[in-house]
Design a protein around this ligand. Structure first.
Ligand code: PEP
Ligand code: MN
Length: 346
């Protein structure tokens, strides 16, 4: 159940509602929204009786049963789209936001050159891994703190916001000091201890879909973060494992449309990991705009042949520029349909 309090409900009224919910055997999670307090009652109990009792209480605007297992991230909970704000960009709003950069931060020259180039092409967020989840323990694991510092330099040089991966609970505080958005990689999508810790942090989170995870599992992972207090979650489809071998993963473009039906959270597409091949990235980027994604996460490298990781799927700087130009007419239509959709809900 989700209980929305009236905008001017008093502290006492809110406390009484929480108490009543507990009496019915539910656990209480309350969230202070921009206008009102919203309370989630989670657990097993007599829903009908509890709802009836709550609806009669002063300060309660409405109480609804949410059938989905995910509560805070569901459309039933919140109809308006969540807009995640960072310096210089709003994801889930009126702009299609492109995040771009190398798979790994390798050295100062590489990250600054890439940052300047992607900024000039219109990207609003710089990506780059400092902590890298690698299949082999013998592969490059990332520059770690040194990488974070280089990202901070790139932000200073370009004004771009930074998205970078956090792999472990232990690193959350450090990564939060440098990142504007903290990425949870596909391999960590169900690292529940990490998700709970990120819930206590106010930094926006970019949650990537696990390579063998269902859409419901992705949403439940997002619920971990929101239920622990952080509503700023961006979802990312990055391809899933199937029998197909022509591409590194199978891009589940449908997931974007499904997520847009089920959740108010912004959804972006990573066409680089979804395909594993740079030649396929622009086509998938167009598909992302057409299907109604809120943005892209794209790997770009000044010299992909020499990239330490994911060179085969990284766009050269020039190709990134031309892809951004090619996307312009699609993004124009995207904007128009956003405005029409917004007008239809007023
Ligand atoms: C990445 O973004 O470089 C990455 C490792 O992605 P994923 O977690 O989707 O494999
Ligand atoms: Mn990568």
């Amino acid at each position: 159940m989700i209980i929305s309090m009236r905008p001017h409900a008093t502290r006492e009224e809110i406390e009484q509602v929480c108490e009543r919910i507990r009496e019915y055997g539910y656990k209480v999670h309350s969230i202070q929204g921009e206008e009102r307090v919203v309370i989630a009652a989670v657990g097993v109990g007599d829903v009908t009786a509890c709802l009836e009792s709550l609806e009669a209480m002063t300060g309660v605007e409405n109480a609804v049963r949410i059938s989905a297992p995910y509560k805070f991230v569901s459309k039933e909970f919140k109809k308006e789209r969540t807009r995640v704000r960072v310096d210089g960009a709003e994801i889930g709003g009126d702009e299609f936001v492109v995040m771009a950069g190398p798979c790994s931060v390798e050295n100062e020259k590489q990250i600054i050159e890439t940052a300047e180039s992607v900024a000039a092409a219109g990207a609003k967020v710089l990506r780059g891994g400092a902590f890298k989840p690698r299949t082999s323990p013998y592969d490059f694991q990332g520059l770690e703190l040194e990488g974070l510092k280089l990202l901070a330099k790139a932000r200073e040089a370009t004004g771009l916001a930074i998205v970078t991966e956090v792999m472990s609970e232990r690193d959350v505080e450090t990564v939060a000091e440098y990142a504007d958005i903290m990425q949870v990689g596909a391999r960590n999508m169900q690292n529940f201890a990490l998700l709970k810790t990120l819930g206590k942090c106010r930094r926006p989170i970019l949650l990537k879909r696990g390579m063998s995870s269902t859409i419901k599992e992705l949403l439940m992972s997002a619920e971990y973060i929101t239920a622990h207090g952080n509503p700023n979650v961006i979802l990312c489809e990055r391809g899933i494992r199937t029998f197909e071998t022509a591409t590194r993963n199978t891009c589940d473009i449908t997931a974007v449309a499904v997520l847009n039906e089920l959740t108010h959270l912004p959804v972006i597409l990573d066409p680089s990991h979804a395909t594993g091949k740079r030649s396929l990235v622009p086509a998938l980027a167009r598909a992302a705009v057409a299907v109604g994604a809120d943005g892209l996460l794209v790997e770009v490298h000044p010299c992909p042949e020499k990239a330490i990781s994911d060179g085969a799927q990284s766009l050269r700087l020039e190709r990134f520029h031309s892809m951004m130009r090619e996307l312009e007419p699609y993004i124009q239509i995207w904007k128009e349909s956003r405005l029409t959709a917004a007008a239809a809900t007023v």
